[in-house]
Every structure is written in C-alpha cells, then in structure tokens.
Design a protein around this ligand. Sequence first.
Ligand code: P61
Length: 463
Amino acid sequence: MRFPSEPFKIKVVEPIRRTTREERERLLQEAGYNLFQVSAASVYVDLLTDSGTSAMSDDQWAGMMLGNESYAGSKNYYHFEEAVRSIFGYRHVIPTHQGRMAENLLFSTVVKAGMCVPNNIHFDTTRANIEHQHAEALDLVIKEAYDPQCELPFKGNMDLVRLEDVINRVGPARIPLAMVTITNNSAGGQPVSMDNIRRTRALLNRYGIPLFFDACRFAENCFFIKEREPGYTDTPMPEIARELFGYGDGCTMSAKKDGLVNIGGFLSLNRDQWAQDITNMLILVEGFPTYGGLAGRDLEAMARGLREVLDEDYLRFRIGQVRYLGELLNNAGVPILKPIGGHAVYLNAKEFVPHIRRDEFPAQALAVALYREYGIRGVEIGTVMFGKNDTATGRTIYPELEMVRLAIPRRVYTNMQITYVAESIIDLYRDRERIRGLTLTYEAPVLRHFTARFQEAPCATAR
Ligand code: P61
C-alpha cells in the first residue's frame, strides 16, 4: 500500500475552530505578519512544527499517572535511563527539558572560543548555542542538498571531502567534536545513510575527533535507511538504531520530535569526564540529575515514547502521511523540495512566488498568505530564519534555500485534514501572483524569526 492508513484510532479529540478571512487579516496585522505571534486558537491546521505537538498514546498517558515525583532517584528516571541505554547504547543519560538545553550543556562544557564544530547542517538552536561560545558552526552537507530538484535517497549526507578539508585547515585540536543531524531538518528533513555515517566515523577516527548525533528525528532516519539502503530491508528498527548510534560517542536529543512527547530531551554520551562536567552544569541550571528540568511523569512518557516510535507500522504511516501531502502537491505542479522528507513538506518559495524579491522575504510572504487565505500555519525556513546581516558591508547574506515548511505533527491530523491542506495550497498556487512581499520593521539580535515584525509591501514588486 502506497499510503498506509492510520495504525491507531482516536480516543480523545480537541475541537479546532475555523476563522474568517477578515479575522485572520486583523490577526496578521496585530502579529506584525509573524506567525509565531498568532494565537494557536486562531489556526485551523497548525503545521508550524512537529516539535512537542505529537499526540501521546494511551500507554504514555497511563505512564503519566505512574509518575513518582521524588526529588532524587525517581523510578521513572530509571525507566527512562534504561530506554535510552537500550536504544542509543551510551553510558551516561542526562535528562533535560528540551533539545536546546542538551546542546547548551554540551557546547558550554566542551566548546571554547575560536573552536569550530562541523555538522551536515546545524539547526538554528545548535548554531546559536555554538556561536554563543564564540565558536564557529560549519555546515558541510553534500552540495546536492541545496538543489531542491535533485532527488537523492540520502540528501542529508555529510560531504566527507569538505569535512577532511576543514579538519586540515582548522586542525583537529580546534574541533572538539563533529555532529551529524538525523534527519537533516534545515535542508528538508533528508536522511543520512548508514554508509555515510560509517565513513564519517572512520574519517574522524583518523584525527581523534568525537562524533555526536543531533538525534531529534532518529527513528525517521532509521526508517529511511531500512527503506532505501541496501542490506537493511529485513533489519528490525532497534537494530538499525543500535548500529547507527554505535558509530557515535553521544547524542543530543529533543524528545519533542521522535520521543513522541510534548516536552523533554536528553544528552547521552560515553565520555566520563564530559559527563561529569555536564552533570555539574545541569545541577546549576536545570535540576538534579534524575529529573533534569522535568517531572517524573514526563520521564515516564518519554521512556515509553522512545520505544513506541520505533514501531514499524507507526513509521510506515508517519512517513507515508508526509509523502501523501507531498505527492498531492507535486502532482499538481506545486514546487516542493524533493525528495519528500521525513517530517515535513517544504514549499520552494523561490519558484512559488518568483515575483517577490529576496529582500522582501518570499517564504515569509508565502507563509503569511497561506494563513490569511486558509487558516493553515507553516513556518518560514529562509531569509528570516537564516539570513544574516554582514556588519562589514551592511548587506544581507542570503541562505541557499527559501522555503515554507509544513511540518506534520505526529499522530495528530487525519488524512482528510492533510487533503484539505493540499487542496488549499494548490488553490493558492493558482492565485500566486497576488501574494505580496514584506519589509522588516523589527528584528532581535538572535533567533530573530520568533519576534520579528513586518509590513506588507504595497503591491507585488517585479524582480
Ligand atoms: C522545529 F523555529 N526543532 O523543527 P528543542 N535540533 C533539531 C531541531 O529540529 C530542533 C532542535 C535541535 C524545531 C523546534 C524549533 O527556531 C526554532 O527541543 C534538528 O526545540 O530545543 C528543534 O530542540 C532544538 C522551531 C526550534 C524553531 C527552534 O520546529
């Protein structure tokens, strides 16, 4: 079956409300055309993120009732530790309230000013946390990742030639660790192959550089390996995960994605000294090591979610639902990034709204139009999120890709709602010339996309 139906039935529902176009127009003005500033109650289908938006299973909810809220040594921590060790295989398991705290603890402990951390592509929080240490975050993904049309099975792969060049240029002493993000969120939720990971490990071994995974969407990456990489068709998911993590020294994790929980994360690693230093910092900023900023019930839900996410029926449906949306759009000629990724479909704004100049934020303008016309919220992954002001020249440095990401929350929307999304976007594409560009009126110094404000350009500007 090309698009498997839902391997679950719905036990609890949350009503969602349709708003009028006039209402949304007003809300957009109040929000400064920033969809992060629009209240969720005024969104019909919310595809802003797949992070923390999953529906938990009955087993996870049952686990929440078994939360033991002792300050030290809660049984839920031990369940969680056992789940993480059995899947990821690293010795130390350090809970955090979400992914960026795991990043912050790791980088503030091991990255010093002037160092550099390579990755296939750093997600924005990863980059921001490295740069916060006055170190350099380098993106070394294969160049095909930046071509939205290029269809490769593992478009998230690290470019090993560039990685070796960087090591030789910078020197291994200035590279405290390298990272691989699975799947590669910033370039389309594209997977990394086992072969590429194996080779990355071998290369880093030659220079004594540790390898960490940004493991947010590890199960989706492992499913792509099973589907696409020779030799893994009959390998059970947990075995694929064990092999993959076996090539690393540790990982950071936002369990808000493939942990199937609404809050939670962790850092897991083998190095004893790093673990000790990180634990000391954890106590300072997050909490005691057996809860790390979470309640016991959250740890229990996370322990159960991490095991559930490796269920093949679930993953087949999950990847299939994202693919279903992507194929409906692609078949109607809507420009999307290819191949269709694991957690989201990415609209290629450069082609969708070619009449909007890059300094008028085409992807942001497209995301605004999608909300205004249909009440659907996606997120800009383009110049607003990744553009930089070059302080020397005063010019904007534009990222390669200009996209609107439609991230699908896990187990939340039915295929009928996904069909509504596809039909709306196809309608919008027919009417695309009416979409107007935006000008920036406020920006914060870091992670500006959360709070930036815009005005609409008076009319569509010709290129
Ligand atoms: C997302 F607009 N991702 O994709 P935390 N690594 C990776 C992520 O995808 C990720 C984190 C680390 C989000 C949420 C989000 O500016 C934004 O648990 C590959 O969110 O701290 C998060 O994990 C960080 C959206 C985060 C954003 C930051 O939607």
